[in-house]
Design a protein around this ligand. Structure first.
Ligand code: UDP
Ligand code: MG
Length: 315
């Protein structure tokens, strides 16, 4: 078994969680006491307007390993995670929600897999308690769609609850993506990744802070930052329409239909040509977008036989 240094950081983004934050801190403290490793708990307050911050501050003043990163407004869950992991100093970093839907006990499994040599151990949900049929259906559909249209492997039914080795966190923090889709970025980084399957619990209190609008944004960020499939789809639809238009024109000429029919067929073909051009244009814009992203070109895990360190592009 590989022995790793013993500080584990836990990052928890929080947004208006006054009903449950004290319970969460309490539970985590109890959990931490059962372990041999040292832990730091980093709460990222994502612009809460209730008493969440006061409660965390109170606990932070009592215990030095309870820490707070306080956003000036609500920047969203994904940016709260992005910020939180930058403040960590553990050799492993766990990201989890503050509502205890992902129970702390799972962290023990993650740690033991990390000690066995895995660099990322992500929580894969086999069941989700207390969530609406709509949420379960849309989430399941989204993960499967994403899996089909992206070139990297983003595991299905997996949120942001995961443990990452320091070297993964270091790559992640170098990425600086403006609209981050963290779970996709972690998959992109690579290294040895494994799943821990678990049953997602109900929220211990309060309502979800992920309304449909935020869920939709997350889904769009996931798709647009890891796939150009929508652009390909535009080109496919456009060229299909163009083909139909040309066939209609030929049909009209052969079977001598009226001028109106020919005109209508020309309109269909033109629409197809315009839509195809939009798709092609989009593909060029996508390349500029990819180039402007601060994603490293590649990640080298190790190199053997070099005496000098080789500098890596863009990292
Ligand atoms: N959260 C956040 N900023 C937001 C929305 C949510 O920091 O804009 C936090 C929230 O407090 C919780 C975690 O992100 O700790 C997950 O949110 P939630 O439990 O509402 O999402 P769900 O589990 O319903 O998908
Ligand atoms: Mg939740």
């Amino acid at each position: 078994m590989v022995e790793k240094a013993d500080l584990v950081s836990i990052v928890l983004p929080v947004f208006n969680e006054e009903e449950l934050i004290a319970t969460t801190i309490n539970k985590l403290e109890k959990y931490v006491e059962t372990r041999n490793e040292r832990f730091e708990l980093i709460f990222v307050n994502d612009g809460s307007s209730d008493r969440t911050v006061q409660i965390i501050k109170h606990h932070a003043s009592r215990k030095p390993n309870i820490k707070l990163v306080n956003f000036s407004r609500n920047f969203g869950h994904q940016l709260a995670i992005t910020a939180g992991i930058r403040y960590t100093s553990g050799s492993a970093v766990v990201v989890m929600d503050a509502d205890l839907q992902d129970s702390p006990e799972i962290i023990s499994k993650m740690i033991s897999m990390w000690q066995q040599g895995y660099d990322v151990v992500y929580g894969q949900r086999v069941a989700r308690a207390g969530e609406s049929k709509f949420k379960k259906f849309t989430a399941a559909t989204f993960y499967r769609l994403l899996d089909r249209i992206t070139s990297i492997e983003i595991p299905v039914d997996t949120g942001d609850f995961r443990l990452m080795d320091r070297k993964v966190v270091d790559v992640l923090t170098s990425m600086d993506e403006p609209e981050p889709f963290v779970r996709g970025m972690v998959s992109w980084v690579g290294f040895k990744q494994a799943a821990v399957r678990y049953e997602r619990q109900e929220r211990i209190a309060g309502e979800t802070k992920y309304p449909l609008k935020k869920m939709f944004k997350l889904a769009m960020d996931g798709i647009t930052s890891f796939s150009n499939f929508p652009l390909k789809l535009i080109s496919i639809i456009g060229s299909g329409l163009f083909g139909i238009g040309v066939a209609l024109i030929l049909g009209c000429l052969i079977f001598s239909f009226s001028d109106v029919d020919i005109l209508a067929s020309v309109v269909v073909a033109m629409a197809g040509a315009v839509i195809t051009s939009v798709g092609v244009l989009g593909s060029y814009i996508y390349r500029t977008f990819v180039a402007s992203r601060k994603r490293p070109l590649y990640v080298v895990e190790s190199a053997v036989g070099f005496t000098e360190t080789v500098s890596q592009p863009n990292s």
